[in-house]
Design a protein around this ligand. Structure first.
Ligand code: NAD
Length: 494
């Protein structure tokens, strides 16, 4: 459905706007979700002209890489003509007055019915100031919708997250706030619900009677690259576990929603997170390990501490592995092993659901005394690969009655993957539609901090012996020991 709206992008000259927001808005335009009745105001401190802004937007689309150079197309020019730049310092009240005048003018010109989306593509320390000014300077309209989209990181711990939430909640109600966790915009993540609740075979096995353990890996092969400044204030626990991994856990462990609606899904996900056990410091120490990359085996890649912008004695973790458990009735006690890190052997996000083995191997007694039944594993490939794999035991093809493992696999082709809307495109589309299904509710964010804060505090009270893993491996040995202790191994082991 075509939508009318004014987008006001704070941080319009930034990296996120350039790499994700402008290309996503263009794809929505190409597909007809946005037509004549939309406008974008980009604001930031730089004194750009509208003409320069149009060039930037057109370059962003050309650089997007999905298709050949689209800079010269008439469509791109027409799209870019809807963009307006307003130089703006977020702390200066006068600028909001000018912003309102421009917003009102564009509202009339493009017939936007007072619909506004405020996208805060800026550091979170500005969120409170911006939200307060949007309200006090009356940018928030009393007709049409007003929605606030914000980016991670949402606080550094529960306390700061709460402060941040209080600040934006003074101007926007919860149902106007769209907290982006771009993992929730990924097709393969959204598909978890379809897989679990759309297949009787899977739905009936998704419980503690049948699942032995669940493993979640978010592995990156790159190092910190040019984000050292931010990363030194965050680390892998805050950057990946508090948001993406706990969101994935909530989707994997929630009970079945009565319907696939934003409200139902939110309630089930909040419950799922409330059911994740919050550790004591001692339990956190036992169940979570951290790592930081050293150089690679060929000494060609630098250790984290030698990267530009990092502290030579940095205590920041670039790797986390841990074990969580849920008290959700259906999955109570099933261990959920999680792992994420930079400079690992291979880039892959995947989920491995390991099923319990059959009670008795009746084939052992037939001909092949060595016949070994492997555990059935259901793998969900999230990225870069998108697909599924199911490991089964079948007869070995020999005279004797032994068994061998086979894999049923489905992988999206490159052409199919190219058709799937990119996460930001999907999420901006949903925000335009007022669909909050794939955005994080405050209760989810708060609960995720409660789970993570204990781990952070435990680590902050003890010095880590870093670096403790070689770049290009799957992290420190302690991550393997974490599972070995439970007589298990990581399924994904490149
Ligand atoms: P960036 O540093 O590239 O851009 C920041 C923007 O804020 C710039 O446009 C800058 O001019 C503007 N700005 C800074 N101070 C200002 C002030 N006082 N008044 C007006 N404008 C001001 O940052 P980014 O990478 O685009 O990230 C933006 C936000 O999105 C951050 O919260 C970041 O954590 C989050 N985020 C970014 C990415 C990404 O891929 N870049 C991914 C996830 C989350």
């Amino acid at each position: 459905m075509t939508q009318q709206a004014l987008f006001i992008i704070f941080g319009g000259t930034g990296d996120l706007a350039y790499r994700k927001l402008y290309p996503s808005l263009f794809r929505l335009y190409e597909k007809g979700y946005l037509k004549d009745n939309f406008a974008v105001i980009g604001t930031a401190r730089r004194p750009w002209t509208n003409d320069h802004y149009h060039e930037v937007v057109m370059n962003a689309i050309a650089d997007d890489g999905h298709e050949a150079d689209r800079t010269n197309s008439e469509l791109v020019r027409k799209f870019a003509s809807h963009f307006y730049y307003q130089s703006h310092n977020v702390n200066d009240t006068e600028h909001y007055v000018a912003l309102r005048k421009l917003a009102d003018k564009l509202d009339e010109k493009y017939e936007l019915k007072g619909n506004r989306i405020y996208y805060l593509a800026m550091a979170p320390r500005f969120f409170g100031t911006i939200a307060a000014h949007l309200k006090s300077e009356k940018l928030i309209t009393d007709h049409g919708f007003n929605r606030l989209i914000i980016e991670k990181p949402f606080g550094r711990d529960l306390k700061t997250a709460k402060e941040l939430n209080d600040a934006i909640s003074a101007a926007f109600s919860e149902d106007q706030i769209y907290r982006i966790d771009h993992y929730l915009g990924k097709e393969a993540i959204q598909s978890i619900a379809a897989l679990r609740f759309g297949n009787q075979v899977i739905a009936s096995l998704w419980n503690k009677e049948h699942i032995d353990n669940i493993q979640i890996t978010l592995a990156e092969s790159l190092g910190v690259e040019e984000r050292a400044g931010y990363y030194e204030t965050a680390g892998a626990l805050r950057d990946m576990v508090q948001n993406h991994i706990l969101q994935i856990i909530s989707l994997l462990t929630m009970e079945r929603p009565r319907a696939y609606t934003a409200g139902e899904l939110r309630d089930r996900k909040v419950e799922a997170l409330q059911n994740i056990k919050i550790y004591s410091e001692e339990e956190a120490r036992q169940n979570f390990v951290r790592g930081q990359y050293g150089e690679d085996a060929d000494q060609e890649q630098q250790a984290y501490r030698n990267e530009e912008g990092t502290d030579a004695q940095s205590q920041i973790e670039t790797f986390v592995a841990g074990k969580l458990v849920t008290t959700n009735e259906s999955l109570a006690g099933v261990p959920i092993y999680v792992r994420t890190g930079k400079r690992l052997a291979q880039k892959s996000t995947q989920i491995n659901v390991v099923f319990k083995n059959v009670d008795q191997n009746i084939f052992k007694s037939v001909a092949d005394a060595d016949a070994k039944l492997l555990q059935n594993v259901l793998t969900l490939y999230i990225e870069p690969d998108q697909g599924y794999r199911f490991d089964l035991n079948v007869k070995n093809g020999n005279q004797s009655y032994g068994t061998m493992p086979i894999h049923l696999e489905y992988h999206k082709s490159a052409a199919e993957k190219a058709k799937v809307p990119e996460a930001y495109e999907k999420l901006i589309h949903d925000a335009l539609d007022g669909n909050r299904t794939n955005f994080a509710h405050w209760h989810e964010v708060a609960q995720a901090w409660r789970i993570v804060d204990v781990i952070r505090q435990t680590w902050d009270s003890e010095e880590a012996e870093f670096p403790n893993y070689v770049s290009g491996t799957m992290g420190p040995q302690a991550a393997n020991e974490l599972l070995a202790r439970d007589h298990r191994t990581w399924v994904y082991n490149p």
